[in-house]
Ligand binder design. Structure first.
Ligand SMILES: Nc1ncnc2c1ncn2[C@@H]1O[C@H](COP(=O)(O)OP(=O)(O)OP(=O)(O)O)[C@@H](O)[C@H]1O
Ligand SMILES: [Mg+2]
Length: 537
């Protein structure tokens, strides 16, 4: 008898990727020869030209920073010219370049790779390890993404899955997956809030559970808020202390910076259990041919004050998300803490304070997203499956004259959803609409998804925007018939529209002038900026 196929649930994280599967209705993390399959999301090409993935890639980062790609999740599915990429590209130790379709890509040992290719290396590695330890070929997977990912980012992750050789059964939102791992088959009938603070992103979702029907009521987050930002605060503190003590500035030494980064993250993790640590790095610099050591004490209290505003920001987002649906915090029956950074006592304490009850114990912060994704994968092939009703995290719409954004589908709309509007009755010309997604009223702050090109006969017709259950956009025009149903209009040109290029150029110039001005005004204040330059905060 053929073995029942195994489907994987994959949490493709900014810092770590975790892989789970289901056997006999129980979800488990895939074991590997080195323990649970939780793998650093790092890809590198060694000096010898070998491709390295996971721990081996992470371990050689200090000596090979230019050819080691980390944090791909922050870049995937973004345009090279977008504000976000232009803002962060100097922060990474590797080179970010423009790909053939105008997307952000990376240069690795002289060759350009797309970010889906980079993520595919991680996914492929997971696939191989899972197949080896579970002893059978694996074809299908459910991959999770931050709820706050836009259409481009979701498409790019799906592409990464395909490149890795998976049939991607579904893209699922990370908080939804975590809620599923918590609530499946437990017969709950209450509201939960998932607070997911990982390495790079913060996600919050409020869900109503009715048995195995899980409905996302509201969602929000910040794709640039996570553990890395906590680390950067410690790095900043260490550099300042060291400079005060020795007058040596370590920001020019990539190797010293990399060692400080590792030591800072380790100190942060130690301070979860201990109330004091000492950050020690022997021979971090040289003065007059003699080694200079670094030795800086850090208390939990001090750490709390360094990161307080970051934690406060997460609760502002929590309040905004609850406020959007007028849900009082007292309505939340359980708070699920997900993501490694939620182990920090400050986060746990503030959660307790904010909701008047301690967070739910027994939710595994590193594993629950992958476990939930695996449960979803498994349930999709069963009849009595779970029903997920998700919500749109950011509005989708099109560009209006003057760079304004006209929303077609509102934030928090339950998906799947369809919204329609009518094209103007201009006769005889091809019409174009530039499609964007984001919270801002101005297109320049939002993410460009693509351009719709309508033939002349579409004038005056109704256009439908359909979001499927994976939160991916499909557009049809009534009156333009395919064989049996309205024909889908693809977001054909994914290269950047001229209007947006002009707006970006203007914005970039404005920033350049502003930066120049600031540099002239405060030449020394760039210390933190230089840290970010090295690590992509
Ligand atoms: N015991 C701990 N105390 C404090 N922080 C921790 C602890 N363990 C892990 N972290 C931090 O958690 C972060 C990684 O969390 P996690 O693995 O959940 O992220 P991720 O899933 O890769 O990222 P994301 O969900 O943002 O894409 C790192 O910044 C790490 O330093
Ligand atoms: Mg995560």
């Amino acid at each position: 008898m053929a073995e029942k196929p195994i489907l994987l649930g994959i949490d493709l994280g900014t810092t770590n990727t975790c892989v789970a599967y289901v056997r006999n209705k129980i979800a488990k993390v895939v074991p590997s020869d080195k323990g649970a399959l939780i793998l650093p999301s790092v890809v590198a090409i060694s000096e010898k030209g070998e491709l390295l993935v996971g721990n081996v890639a992470k371990d050689q980062m200090v000596v090979n920073p230019r050819n080691t790609i980390y944090g791909a999740k922050r870049l995937i599915g973004r345009k090279y010219n977008s504000k976000v990429v232009q803002d962060i590209k100097h922060y990474f130790t590797y080179e970010i370049v423009e790909g053939s379709e105008g997307e952000a890509a990376v240069a690795l040992a002289g060759k350009v790779y797309s970010l889906p290719q980079i993520s595919a290396f991680v996914l492929q590695h997971c696939k191989r390890v899972a197949e080896a330890t579970l002893g059978q070929e694996i074809k299908e997977a459910v991959i999770s993404v931050p709820a706050y990912y836009n259409d481009n980012q979701r498409q790019a992750v799906k592409e990464a899955g395909r490149l890795a050789g998976f049939e991607v059964k579904r893209i699922v939102n990370e908080p939804t997956a975590a809620a599923l791992a918590y609530g499946l088959n437990r017969g709950f009938d209450h509201k939960v809030l998932v607070y997911d603070l990982g390495g790079g992103t913060f996600d919050v979702s409020v869900l109503q559970l009715h048995g195995n029907v899980m409905e996302v009521l509201a969602t929000g987050g910040d794709t640039f808020l996570g553990g890395v930002d906590f680390d950067n605060r410690i790095i900043d503190f260490v550099l300042e202390e060291f400079r005060e003590e020795t007058r040596i500035d370590l920001t020019d030494s990539p190797i010293a910076m990399q060692r400080i980064k590792n030591a800072s993250e380790a100190a942060k993790i130690d301070l979860t259990l201990l109330s004091n640590v000492v950050i020690e790095l022997p021979y971090v610099a040289e003065r007059r041919g003699k080694p200079v050591d670094l030795k800086i004490p850090l208390s939990r209290e001090r750490l709390n004050s360094l990161v307080m505003d970051l934690v406060d920001r997460t609760f502002q987002i929590v309040d905004r998300v609850l406020g959007e649906k007028n849900i009082p915090p007292s309505d939340i029956a359980e708070v699920l803490l997900v993501g490694g950074q939620t182990r920090t006592p400050l986060v746990q304490g503030k959660t307790h304070q904010h909701f008047g009850r301690p967070p739910r114990k027994g939710v595994h912060p590193d594993e629950s997203v992958a476990l939930g994704a695996a449960l979803l994968a498994e349930s999709m092939s069963e009849i009595d499956s779970v029903t997920l009703v998700d919500a749109l995290s950011m509005p989708i719409g099109f560009a209006m004259p003057g760079g304004r954004f006209r929303k077609v589908i509102e934030k928090n709309s339950q998906i799947p959803v369809q919204r329609s509007f009518r094209l103007p009755p201009t006769k005889g010309a091809v019409m174009e609409l530039d499609i964007f997604q984001g919270d801002s009223e101005r297109i320049i702050d939002n993410e460009y998804l693509g351009t719709l090109r309508f033939p002349p006969e579409a004038a005056g017709q109704r256009v439908n925007f359909n979001l499927d259950e994976e939160c991916l956009l499909h557009v049809t025009v009534e009156g333009l018939r395919g064989e049996t149903q309205p024909k889908e209009v693809l977001l054909a040109t994914r290269d950047t529209p001229e209007t947006l290029k002009a707006a970006w150029a203007e914005e970039n110039e404005r920033r350049r002038l502003l930066a120049e001005q600031q540099a002239e005004d405060e030449p020394r204040k760039g210390l933190f900026a230089s840290i970010r330059k090295v690590f992509g905060g």
